[in-house]
Design a protein around this ligand. Structure first.
Ligand SMILES: CC(C)(COP(=O)(O)OP(=O)(O)OC[C@H]1O[C@@H](n2cnc3c(N)ncnc32)[C@H](O)[C@@H]1OP(=O)(O)O)[C@@H](O)C(=O)NCCC(=O)NCCS
Length: 293
């Protein structure tokens, strides 16, 4: 059996999508991001061929603070347990050395013992656990329109009072003040970004940070990709009712079917506040793991 790892090419698209459908039938996003991943100038989207057939893929992405985010690791079920996942990790470490990257992270489901064990084999340790909550958005197109959305559109007050924070220093002050409470990370599209000044500046540049100077409330609203699917609430401070109209408005403007938020289960008040506004919990928690090189 000959295992070859190489960068993905445009013509791998259909096969990579098949690989994902086989490896993670309940989580398929590569049809939407393949082109973006395959043309990433900073990271690498790799595929593994076994005897000339693509059977696996994996991506290293460089995030704003210069660390690496490992994602979309998928091995066709018939080829699992043969060392292909390990081959990807070896490549990730090789890339990290080449690029001077000193921290790498990945996430997986709390119950995915193979994915976690594979990461641990390469020195990764648990950094934090996160819980997801979502709210279908009234008026947005898509399959998620259900009863709670109607409730929200009826009960929320206006979005008045919020302004975009474009200043990196101000965004840094706001976000860093929440870092500990949020267990260190801000999550969008299941990408776990460490809360840092670099991330804050990046988000401010994207127009993703909003504050209400008169109340001190703030929130980040953005999507790394697939904006038509979800608008992601990264972190927030202040009552949900205060920023929710803004989030609903922004989601509707980009055609997002739902709002999504991930938070550490230790932040019980965050969970209670979201649930009180109609957010529903994802069925299982996620873990983020990291290694310092
Ligand atoms: C997770 C996945 C990428 C691993 O790839 P793989 O090619 O099967 O993995 P490999 O054969 O290279 O490595 C297996 C390693 O995983 C770890 N592992 C396997 N089973 C394990 C278990 N039950 N408990 C703990 N660790 C385990 C071990 O470290 C093992 O290496 P070792 O036997 O030499 O110690 C693959 O199974 C997959 O695609 N799963 C579905 C998608 C997925 O879960 N992706 C991960 C991110 S969500």
């Amino acid at each position: 059996m000959q295992i070859v790892l190489r960068p993905a090419r445009p013509e791998d698209r259909a096969r990579v999508i098949e690989v994902e459908a086989g490896a993670t039938p309940n989580l398929q996003y590569l049809p939407k991001v393949f082109d973006m991943f395959a043309s990433d100038p900073q990271g690498e989207f790799g595929v593994v061929e076994v005897d000339g057939t693509v059977v696996a893929c994996g991506k290293l992405t460089v995030v704003p603070d210069g660390s690496a985010w490992l994602e979309a690791l998928r091995v066709m079920p018939a080829y699992q347990g043969l060392g292909i996942g390990k081959r990807f990790y070896e490549r990730f470490f090789e890339l990290a050395r080449l690029k001077g990257i000193t921290t790498m992270r990945m996430y997986t489901g709390l119950r995915n013992v193979v994915s976690k064990g594979l990461a641990e084999r390469f020195g990764f340790h648990l950094a934090a656990t996160y819980r997801g909550a979502y709210l279908p958005v009234a008026g947005a197109p898509g399959p998620q329109q259900t009863a709670p959305a109607t409730t929200v559109s009826r009960t929320v007050p206006t979005a008045a009072g919020f302004r975009q924070v474009r200043d990196a220093g101000r965004a840094t002050d706001l976000l860093m003040s929440l870092k500990e409470r949020w267990a260190g990370f801000l999550v969008m599209n299941r990408t776990f970004y460490e809360v840092t000044p670099a991330l804050s500046a990046w988000l401010a540049g994207r127009g993703a940070v909003y504050e209400n100077p008169s109340t001190g409330s703030f929130v980040t609203l953005d999507a790394r990709f697939m904006p038509e699917q979800s608008l992601h609430i990264g972190v927030f401070n202040g009552p949900v009712e205060e920023w929710l109209p803004l989030a609903v408005e922004k989601a509707a403007a980009q055609g997002a079917a739902r709002l999504q938020c991930m938070f550490p289960p230790t932040a019980e008040d965050v969970q209670a506040a979201l649930q009180a506004c109609g957010f529903m919990l994802e069925p299982s928690d996620c873990i983020v793991m990291e290694v310092r090189i």
